[in-house]
Ligand binder design. Structure first.
Ligand SMILES: NC(=O)c1ccc[n+]([C@@H]2O[C@H](COP(=O)([O-])OP(=O)(O)OC[C@H]3O[C@@H](n4cnc5c(N)ncnc54)[C@H](OP(=O)(O)O)[C@@H]3O)[C@@H](O)[C@H]2O)c1
Length: 325
């Protein structure tokens, strides 16, 4: 699989990354079953066999179980750790933790960032993370605290590189103004039917409610050598065969177009979705979260699919649900 450099880091990462969110099975405190473990190992193996070298986690996925079950792969493939990159995230705290009255909130405090990384390292059974992302923007962020946490994690060798997720350009600017560690990645929701990242640029100066949803994040990342990572890259299956109740015209049209292009090119529908993301010159890394080995293999075909400008714009227009101004 083709590789890209992750932002200004020294990591040569595959253009498609595997998202481990669903590996833990359920978002409750029920223990990991042997069935969960088997399914997780099969999915990780399918990703590796397809050439993927980058795995995306978060402390909260399935309440820690996704990281924990992932670590079972070390027994199966003992020399794997040095061959792959592990990314995890910190910053979201669930309601009811630690106190029953606590609401869902974001926390970029020094203590929470350090505590979260310790937990991830323990569950993943590894000494270091290759990348740590701040998960969702903390309204009460103190950039100096984040800087102190990042420096300490970097100096201790626990985290090599840092990034963010779901942030505006201004939020990234605020952090970068204070941090001594570079921001190398920014993870946002992006796929053929979730195109806000692009829409604000083409809707500029139009009477259109989609304006300013992303506040220049795409251009900011390109200007500052921050690799964009797309989450939800497969649109949760909504245009590749999953039954959708009361689908919008955009979903119906995109589903038809994706199937037609897949047939024309002799590839899977998932490959068309991934090729659409990879075609953007920002060199976006596509994170896929399916746990089905066949869908993982299908999506990875997208690395070798070239879309013309015309094909790309047809998909964009179908996914937006309206033609360009
Ligand atoms: N930074 C953030 O805030 C954030 C938020 C969400 C996710 N993420 C990351 O991004 C990764 C990918 O996101 P994602 O998993 O939400 O998106 P995704 O890759 O678009 O979708 C994967 C989900 O869609 C289902 N699916 C795909 N194709 C299907 C089909 N044809 N029929 C039925 N179901 C289908 C999969 O089920 P099967 O497993 O059964 O195939 C799986 O539940 C996550 O794993 C996580 O690492 C980050």
């Amino acid at each position: 699989m083709n590789k890209i450099q992750l932002g200004s880091s020294d990591l040569q990462v595959t253009r498609i990354a595997y998202g481990c969110m669903h590996l833990g099975g359920s978002w409750d405190s029920t223990p990991i079953t042997s069935e969960n473990r088997k399914k997780a190992i099969t999915a990780i193996r399918a990703a590796i066999d397809s050439g993927i070298n980058f795995f995306d986690h978060a402390d909260i996925y399935c309440r820690g179980k996704s990281e924990e079950v992932f670590s079972a792969i070390w027994d199966e493939m003992p020399s794997l750790r040095q061959k792959i990159y592990l990314q995890s995230k910190a910053g979201i705290r669930f309601k009811g933790t630690p106190g029953p009255a606590d609401v869902t909130r974001y926390d970029f405090s020094y203590e929470h960032i350090l505590r979260t990384v310790e937990g991830s390292l323990k569950r993943l059974k590894t000494d270091y993370l290759d990348v740590l992302l701040l998960h969702r923007p903390d309204v009460l962020v103190e950039p100096e605290e984040v800087a102190r946490a990042f420096d300490e994690l970097h100096q201790s060798g626990k985290v090599r590189w840092f990034g963010v997720s779901n942030q505006t350009a201004a939020q990234m600017d605020l952090l970068r103004h204070t941090l001594s560690q570079p921001i190398v990645a920014h993870q946002v929701e992006f796929n053929v039917i979730h195109t806000h990242l692009l829409d604000e640029g083409v809707n500029f100066n139009q009477d259109n409610p989609r304006l300013a949803r992303n506040a220049g994040a795409l251009e900011y990342c390109r200007l500052h050598n921050i690799t964009l990572q797309s989450w939800g890259s497969l649109a949760n299956g909504r245009v590749t065969g999953r039954q959708v109740e009361n689908p919008s015209n955009a979903i119906t049209d995109t589903t038809g177009l994706v199937a037609e292009m897949a047939q024309q090119k002799g590839v899977s529908r998932e490959a068309i979705l991934i090729a659409w993301i990879l075609r953007h010159p920002a060199k976006i890394q596509a994170v896929i979260g399916t746990t089905q080995p066949e869908r993982i293999t299908n999506a990875c075909q997208g690395d070798a699919v070239e879309l013309t400008r015309e094909e790309w714009y047809r998909l964009y227009t179908a996914g937006r649900g309206e033609s360009l101004p």
